[in-house]
Design a protein around this ligand. Structure first.
Ligand code: SF4
Ligand code: MG
Length: 324
């Protein structure tokens, strides 16, 4: 498939009183048409900032790099062109749909408005389309829901509505930031099913941000693992699950609960994500890594590619790192 999005050496940094926070630091990866790409990592790794940079929803613009969408750099686009892209080609859904829905407007109003705005149709046609969308996302009695207010719906229904709003513009890319984290397990599975159906039906590319390896296993075609503002590993999903390379990824996979198996206690990676203000030019995982060598504390490992296209940034996989 063709490349839809390409992050090229993206750097999104924030100045704080404590120093510079390199939330996203020299990140490069691609999303292909119709592909589900999962960005995985613990919270604070830069996943959401990467997505928000793409949407240009951050007050401070990235300090470096490019974000190409169909070959055009979104970071260089005028505000007006960018808002057209946001309404037509790229849509986003968030973790807590209640905060993105307007509590004083009916569900119908909130779907009709973007349709009228972006598809230049009249209210009647827009309503027709809105009802179709509510049906499409698997909500029965769409006419009744159309006249309801957000607080009258369950969390799962609200997330379906957010997906309906996102789909109203037939996006080429749907960004979903922890879309099921706030939902209980059964509802979570239904929402993931819905997203998979949408991808199949409309060939929509999905950039799915999650900390949950179970979600990754179910949804991803391709996986990008982030740690402390960097991409530390990336590969097609089967390759990544069968042959994880980075000690951090291996830790995440160990931490994944096994379905139908009662476990005493979940494994979790010891230690914490480092303070983002004082990151050195070293491996940011070094103080949590059981394989840490001298070079890891002194030099940042580059993101290297093996013959299968599996990428990893770790000195264990570099000739240089093996020399004491
Ligand atoms: Fe561990 Fe070194 Fe690899 Fe970092 S570079 S993950 S510290 S072995
Ligand atoms: Mg986040």
């Amino acid at each position: 498939a063709k490349d839809l999005v390409e992050f090229r050496n993206l750097k999104t940094h924030f100045q704080t009183s404590a120093g510079t926070v390199k939330a996203v630091d020299d990140v490069s990866f691609k999303i292909r048409e119709g592909e589900t790409l999962c960005v995985v990592g613990e919270s604070g790794c830069g996943k959401s900032v990467t997505a928000m940079s793409l949407m240009r929803l951050i007050d401070v613009p990235p300090v470096g790099g490019e974000i190409l969408f169909e070959g055009k750099d979104l970071l260089k686009m005028s505000k007006r062109d960018m808002s057209l892209i946001r309404g037509n080609d790229i849509a986003m859904i968030f973790q807590e749909p209640m905060t993105s829905l307007n509590p004083v407007l009916t569900i119908g109003e909130q779907i009709v408005e973007p349709i009228m705005l972006h598809q230049l149709v009249n209210r009647k046609e827009a309503k027709q389309r809105a009802i179709e969308l509510i049906n499409l996302v698997g909500i029965p009695r769409a006419e009744k829901i159309f006249d309801s207010y957000p607080h009258e719906l369950s969390g799962g229904m609200r997330q379906r509505i957010m997906i309906a709003i996102a789909l109203s513009c037939n996006p080429k890319l749907l960004i979903a930031d922890e879309p099921t984290t706030a939902l209980d397990v059964t509802i979570q599975a239904q929402i993931l099913d819905l997203m998979r159906d949408i991808k199949e039906k409309f060939n929509t590319a999905i950039m799915l941000i999650t900390h949950d390896l179970g979600v990754v296993a179910e949804m991803a075609d391709y996986v990008v693992v982030m740690y402390a503002g960097k991409v530390i590993e990336e590969a097609p999903v089967i390759e990544l699950f069968q042959r994880p390379k980075h000690p951090y990824t291996k830790g995440l996979l160990k931490a994944k609960p096994v379905i139908n198996q009662k476990q005493e206690r979940l494994y979790s990676i010891p230690g914490q994500v480092p303070n983002p203000v004082d990151l050195g030019d070293n491996c940011h995982f070094h103080d949590r890594c059981e394989f840490c060598m001298q070079i890891c504390k002194e030099k940042e490992p580059p993101l290297g590619t093996d013959p299968n296209g599996h990428k990893v940034a770790c000195w264990l996989y570099e000739e240089e790192g093996k020399v004491e």
